[in-house]
Design a binder for this molecule. Structure first.
Ligand SMILES: NC(=O)C1=CN([C@@H]2O[C@H](COP(=O)(O)OP(=O)(O)OC[C@H]3O[C@@H](n4cnc5c(N)ncnc54)[C@H](OP(=O)(O)O)[C@@H]3O)[C@@H](O)[C@H]2O)C=CC1
Ligand SMILES: O=C(CO)[C@H](O)[C@H](O)COP(=O)(O)O
Ligand SMILES: [Zn+2]
Length: 338
């Protein structure tokens, strides 16, 4: 069977390629229904990854955040029409100690191989999870799973005093991470730090929000999450180092193109722990499905960060979604009508 894959071939250029679809007993064929754009996709789309990386990775279909419906299961385990979320991290080996999303051998959709911008996607059966949620919200499962991965790591590694937790970055990653923290630590004081008051207002579930240039002098934190990335990372991490209490953990989540200069002298003096957090695995997705299915208010809050839904029928619509995304405060979702 022939499939159509919509690949980025150069910055802002998408081409439809016809490719053979892999069908075997261990795969299920999924028709994507909703896809959302991540900052990582935008970096490829605009070419900001730099010439060498772009040369190595393109042509490649973008998008690693997606839900869809089963169109064909050779084993008949899933009924046609079953709604599923697709896990983009693709492990190639088993390891009893190291989590799949950190194994160097794992492959990741829309980073190492084609993402979900396809007519149908041939998914390994161990990388799909059925859900009963509204797919318009469920499309945020990958983003949620990334927050879940980070919060689970935090629970394992951070010391037990968790009275005040700060989240730097009032965008998508900051939002889901803060929301998960709110439910996991209802008694903690949860503070969010951003640049624009307009975006801070979305975080109504936090105890307080602050602008980074207007923080009370006596404010201190037990632990913090950095959800900024890019050029803002450096200022955010150093501000956290200044405000955090001794032996706190700094949970790094933002992706930066360039090395970040941080105040290691104070990391040493305060005995801080810096924890790296990237991507997520099947278990994080499963926990995210349960999290969204359990809490009505979580679904309501998540719906507020969908800035725009673009109906996508042509490659022109795909371009429109990516272009609009750069002006949207939060998520741009593509209703995949191809
Ligand atoms: N670790 C992982 O697995 C994942 C990492 N990421 C990465 O996380 C980062 C954030 O992604 P996303 O939330 O989608 O991006 P957003 O742009 O939505 O969020 C970043 C936010 O940080 C704010 N900001 C900028 N500078 C500072 C600062 N010094 N202190 C506090 N806040 C600041 C920005 O404000 P303003 O808009 O006003 O500039 C913006 O609201 C990206 O680098 C992305 O690639 C994304 C997904 C998964
Ligand atoms: O968004 C992400 C996960 O949700 C990661 O940031 C993304 O995987 C980074 O990929 P790349 O190395 O290709 O920028
Ligand atoms: Zn992402």
């Amino acid at each position: 069977m022939i499939n159509t894959v919509y690949r980025l071939i150069a910055p802002r250029q998408i081409r439809s390629d016809f490719v053979d679809l892999t069908i075997d007993e261990e795969r299920v064929i999924i028709r994507p229904t909703y896809l959302s754009i991540c900052a990582a996709d935008q970096r490829y789309y605009t070419g900001s990854r730099g010439r060498v990386v772009m040369k190595q990775k393109l042509p490649m279909a973008l998008i690693h955040e997606g839900v869809g419906e089963v169109v064909y299961d050779p084993k008949g385990e899933y009924e046609v029409g079953t709604k599923v979320v697709m896990v983009p991290n693709t492990p190639m080996e088993k390891d009893d100690v190291i989590k799949e999303n950190y194994l160097r051998s794992s492959r990741f959709r829309a980073s190492g191989f084609d993402g979900f911008m396809q007519n149908v996607v041939s998914m390994r059966r161990d990388l799909i999870i059925p859900f009963t949620l509204d797919p318009e919200i469920a499309v945020l499962l990958e983003l949620t799973s990334v927050g879940m991965n980070a919060v689970e790591t935090f629970k394992k590694h951070a010391h037990e005093r968790r009275r005040t937790i700060g989240v730097w970055g009032n965008g998508n990653v900051g939002f889901v991470t803060a929301l998960i923290l709110r439910k996991a630590f209802p008694d903690a004081k949860l503070y969010v730090f951003g640049v624009q008051e307009r975006k801070n207002r979305y975080f109504s579930f936090a105890d307080e929000t602050f602008l980074i240039n207007d923080i009370p002098e006596d404010l201190k934190l037990d632990h913090a999450f950095e959800c900024v990335g890019g050029r803002g990372s450096e200022a955010a991490i150093n501000q956290i180092i200044d405000l955090i209490n001794p032996q706190g953990t700094i949970n790094l989540m933002g992706v930066s193109e360039n090395p970040v200069a941080i105040n290691t002298r104070m990391v040493l003096e305060k005995g801080l722990t810096l924890l790296g957090n990237s991507r997520s695995n099947y278990d994080d997705f499963k926990k995210s499905v349960d999290f969204m299915e359990e809490y009505d208010d979580v679904r309501d809050y998540l719906s507020t960060i969908i800035s725009e839904i673009v109906d996508v029928k042509t490659t022109k619509d795909m371009i429109k979604a990516f272009e609009n995304d750069s002006n949207n405060d939060f998520k741009t979702v593509m209703k995949w009508d191809i």
